[in-house]
Design a binder for this molecule. Structure first.
Ligand SMILES: [Fe+2]
Length: 394
């Protein structure tokens, strides 16, 4: 997929969505949707957010605007084809003319495919893969309530297949929404552990994009800005959940990281963490956060200039340290940040009996999907897995 993704990004440059951020951003986004002509939107969310009243203001606004609203509240973690099909049925039954997703990566990914499948001439399964979207999506808007996946700006949606238990990728520039909102009224509700995990996922996206061989001046700038915002504001958002400035900056950092990595793809942190999550159900952000400093150490020699440039930026461009000292200081900084936001030093669920399978699948994912700066061997991945299991630093 990586090679195809690179070609696709060269041929079909995805658009960046319009963005709204801060208190009330969700209503501004809804206003844009209504002013653009939507009268019968489908709201895609989960039952928890609906019951907690997080969509109340939105529903009142849309009613006052004379909209006929259909709600789909069946979003679950790792949404399945059945969930997407229910959403498509809701769109058809409600004769909906727009899709408005409110949630994290699961809600946004499912809504992307709902918006594509509802206008497509193909059955849902035929949209899986790369560049399979045959019609413009139903006008599609996103309110991101977590700050990590970057799904509000990426060209990818992931849907789980209940029969094969495999994740199916849908990749097309058409999956980028028209506009996205980062509403601090909702973001302040994200619990600290999720703030940490999703924030470290975003930091991983930014670093893996910044060091990717497929980087461009634009992705480099967005990744560096994301790193700057996340390093400064993630600890604040973690320690003070109600700090709206920190919440907004972390959300924007995650957005920029998403914009960078959807063009460059990722690296070994994701290649290994996807396998760990598949084996032990480990949360994506947590698995990434534990792996990140270890993969940075593996890349230290070949990426010394890259890490040093980031550290130079973070120190305010006023240091006399040598390249290798700056590179080490950057890795140490990631270690410290991880500890500050409560990320554990190891994952005790890992079983050595699984290491060969994890390593083989991680090598395959990296080989087929990512433009990494330095190739790993099976032994390198095994060493990293042992370190993750034991908590011993590499
Ligand atoms: Fe990720």
């Amino acid at each position: 997929m990586g090679y195809a993704l690179k070609i696709m990004n060269r041929l079909y440059t995805p658009e960046k969505p319009l963005t709204f951020s801060g208190s009330g951003a969700m209503i501004k986004l809804a206003d844009l949707m209504v002013r653009s002509g939507a009268r019968r939107p489908l709201l895609v969310t989960d039952s928890f957010m609906l019951k907690a009243g997080m969509l109340d203001k939105l529903q009142v606004f849309l009613k006052e605007e004379g909209c006929e609203v259909t709600i789909y509240e069946g979003i679950v973690p790792n949404p399945t084809f059945a969930v997407v099909q229910e959403g498509v049925d809701a769109i058809r039954n409600g004769n909906c003319d727009a899709v408005f997703a409110v949630g994290g990566g699961s809600a946004i990914d499912a809504a992307k495919v709902m918006a594509a499948a509802s206008t497509s001439k193909k059955p849902l399964e035929k949209l899986a893969g790369i560049l399979k979207v045959d019609q413009p999506l139903l006008p599609f808007y996103v309110v991101a309530t977590t700050s990590g996946t970057g799904s509000e700006v990426t060209t990818v949606a992931v849907v789980s297949d209940t029969e094969t238990h495999k994740k199916t990728f849908f990749v097309d520039p058409k999956y980028v929404p028209i506009a996205a909102a980062f509403d601090t009224d909702l973001l302040v509700s994200l619990p600290p552990a999720m703030t940490a995990g999703t924030g470290m996922d975003a930091l991983t996206h930014a670093i893996e994009s910044y060091t990717s061989l497929a980087r461009t001046p634009e992705t480099e700038r967005d990744a560096a800005t994301a790193i700057r915002l996340l390093v400064e504001f993630l600890p604040v958002a973690y320690a003070k959940p109600q700090d709206v400035r920190a919440r907004e900056m972390v959300a924007l950092g995650s957005f920029l990281a998403g914009n960078a990595f959807t063009r460059t793809s990722l690296g070994y942190v994701h290649a290994i963490s996807h396998q760990i999550s598949a084996h032990y159900n480990t949360a994506h952000g947590l698995a990434n956060a534990v792996l990140l400093p270890r993969v940075l150490r593996f890349n230290k020699q070949v990426c010394a200039d890259r890490f040093a440039a980031l550290e130079f930026m973070l120190q305010g461009n006023s240091t006399s340290q040598e390249t290798h000292e700056l590179a080490q200081a950057f890795i140490d900084r990631v270690d410290t940040l991880s500890a500050v936001v409560g990320i554990p030093a190891h994952l005790e669920d890992l079983q050595q009996a699984d290491f060969d399978a994890i390593a083989a699948d991680a090598l395959k994912e990296a080989r087929t999907s990512y433009a990494v700066p330095k190739r790993m061997r099976k032994e390198d991945i095994n060493t990293i897995l042992l370190s993750v299991q034991s908590g011993q630093p590499l």
